[in-house]
Design a protein around this ligand. Structure first.
Ligand code: TEU
Ligand code: CA
Length: 543
């Protein structure tokens, strides 16, 4: 299969509303991203993935799109977007767009016309009569709501399906016209020079049936829509008609995938996606559902990483994004070692096999938000889950702890550019509270440090691109201990060994690893027989 990404692609994800505000409305914007392109280029990344910048009423921060071919006014203009593409290109940086096609906004023209009774557009959505005054089926919803909402007012006997918020009606992918519309959208952006797409919840788009689902704690009904044959067909078609002719690539966000399902979507022989974001490694510290967290056990994390590294031809390597709590905040003993933990993560992200994704702020070791109460949290999912927890009788204190630990807003706090007012993000009150730790953790300060967090990330990014063994080499598991992890990357006679201490205590270097002494780079200035808290080292040896 043609693979249109390059093995030395390193992606930087930007969540536009939190990156840089230039017009003082407290919300990041496209001119803000343009003003930071030199900074982004200095990181050494060669691709930017932009979370949605399309027109949207912002019920789910842009993942509810009301016009696929227009720019969100608050973010800027189409002219700004074109400038971003060309200025990025001038710095050797490609742009990848977020493609959200499981649902639109209920304010999209198509939905409005459906509501107005146009048959053609009713067919774009999944609309069903209730069963004897009840809902059409027993399915669950990703945002802890009811997935069915009345279509056309309270008196209607019809419902529309929404797996996410009520303002995100699911598209009907049984309708070939929907496919044609989306092809047209993709071509529109490809013509403007974008290099590919990150496809939002792509493995749920095609619903096989609307029958009741098997009762389950999470997402009852998902067996009717996870990775269906219909979905595979659509992806193959989008690849052939849209991606291939433009030499574009696609990463799929694929929820609840196991290895087998992931292989079916992006294996070497499949002409669908280039790679997928899987979730198993993000769930190492969860109890049944992501809102209940337990202590992260490094060993579980290592085992999961090894499983996916050895199980897939090529991985999308990520540990942070706009939906996940910051990773360094998940290590229970990272307090006091935040910079060390971040450097270790740089070592991990950049030496695993696959395409590395760095999420804004990860390169300076940003942490979870420091929210004190629910009023400071904006995310719709957090508010819904809080409500649901309340209705289940979960006590207030515990409810809040849940949200505090797991809210998606943890990763959405404004980028910390300086120790100044609003962290240098904006001249006025930001849309989401800036983390108080910007006094210590910020880009300006990092730029003065020779051995700081940022300097280390940059060094690792440049190694990742320069060393062919990191780009192309096989992954070979070597060691999984209580906190020590090691693996090799091998290409011909070249071999690099990554060694990690995934905890905040010193540990002796295991004897199995004592041969790997030839250090290429280390997250501590000197490295010896003892692994320091969260130490990472990369060593080289020959075969
Ligand atoms: O996320 C899909 C998804 O399943 C989760 O990661 C989501 O954040 C939620 O927590 C499930 O419980 C994607 C986007 O990344 C997310 O920002 C959107 O809200 C969502 O799709 C809907 O478009
Ligand atoms: Ca702005």
């Amino acid at each position: 299969m043609a693979r249109n990404y390059k093995n030395d692609t390193v992606v930087y994800q930007i969540y536009p509303r939190s990156y840089k505000d230039t017009n003082g409305d407290g919300m990041g914007d496209l001119p803000g991203i343009i003003s930071k392109l030199d900074y982004i280029a200095s990181l050494g990344v060669n691709t930017i993935w932009l979370s949605p910048i399309y027109k949207s009423p912002d019920d789910d921060n842009g993942y509810d799109i009301s016009d696929y071919k227009a720019i969100q006014e608050r973010f800027g203009t189409m002219q700004d977007f074109e400038t971003l593409i060309s200025e990025a290109k001038a710095r050797g940086i490609d742009i990848v767009m977020d493609l959200v096609i499981n649902h639109t906004s209920d304010e999209h023209e198509w939905f409005k016309r459906a509501l107005a009774g146009e048959e053609k557009y009713r067919n774009y959505y999944i609309i069903k009569k209730g069963k004897n005054g009840k809902l059409p089926n027993n399915w669950g919803n990703f945002f802890a709501e009811c997935p069915w909402a009345k279509f056309g007012g309270e008196d209607s006997d019809e419902y529309y399906l929404h797996l996410f918020s009520k303002k995100q009606p699911d598209l009907n992918w049984h309708n070939p016209e929907v496919l044609e519309e989306i092809k047209d959208v993709m071509k529109f952006w490809l013509e403007k020079g974008v290099r590919g797409f990150r496809c939002d919840v792509i493995n749920v788009i095609y619903k096989n049936s609307l029958e009741n689902g098997k009762k389950s704690l999470v997402l009852t009904g998902s067996e009717h829509y996870l990775s269906t044959d219909g979905c595979h067909k659509i992806l193959a078609e989008l690849r052939k008609c849209c991606l291939e002719p433009y030499g574009a690539w696609a990463v799929g966000e694929t929820v609840f995938v196991d290895l087998k399902k992931a292989r079916d979507l992006c294996d070497e022989e499949r002409d669908e996606l280039d790679m997928v974001f899987s979730f198993e490694h993000m769930e190492c510290d969860q109890i049944a559902v992501k809102w209940f967290k337990k202590k992260l056990r490094p060993k579980k994390l290592m085992q999961t990483i090894t499983k996916w590294q050895t199980g897939l031809f090529w991985n999308a390597v990520y540990f942070e994004n706009h939906d996940q709590p910051r990773f360094i905040s998940r290590f229970s003993d990272s307090e006091g070692y935040l910079s060390e933990a971040s450097k270790m993560m740089a070592g991990l992200v950049m030496t695993l096999r696959g395409t590395p994704f760095v999420y804004e702020g990860q390169e300076i070791g940003m942490t979870n938000g420091d929210f004190k109460c629910l009023d400071e949290v904006m995310d719709i999912e957090s508010h819904n889950v809080y409500k649901m927890a309340k209705s289940l009788g979960i006590p207030r204190g515990i409810r809040w702890k849940m949200i505090q630990k797991t809210s998606r807003d943890n990763a959405r706090t404004p980028m910390q550019w300086s120790d100044g007012e609003n962290a240098g993000f904006s001249d006025s009150k930001p849309w989401l509270k800036v983390n108080g730790n910007h006094k210590n953790i910020n880009v300006e300060r990092e730029l003065t440090l020779d051995f700081g967090t940022l300097a280390f990330w940059k060094k690792m990014i440049s190694l990742r691109k320069e060393l062919d063994v990191l780009c192309d080499g096989e992954f070979v598991p070597l060691y999984e201990g209580k906190s020590v992890y090691a693996f090799a990357r091998v290409l011909g006679s070249k071999k690099l060994v990554s060694i990690f201490n995934m905890c905040g205590k010193e540990v002796k270097l295991p004897k199995e690893l004592s041969a790997y002494k030839n250090t290429v780079i280390s997250s501590y200035e000197a490295s010896g027989e003892v692994l320091k808290p969260f130490e990472f080292r990369l060593t080289s040896s020959t075969i």
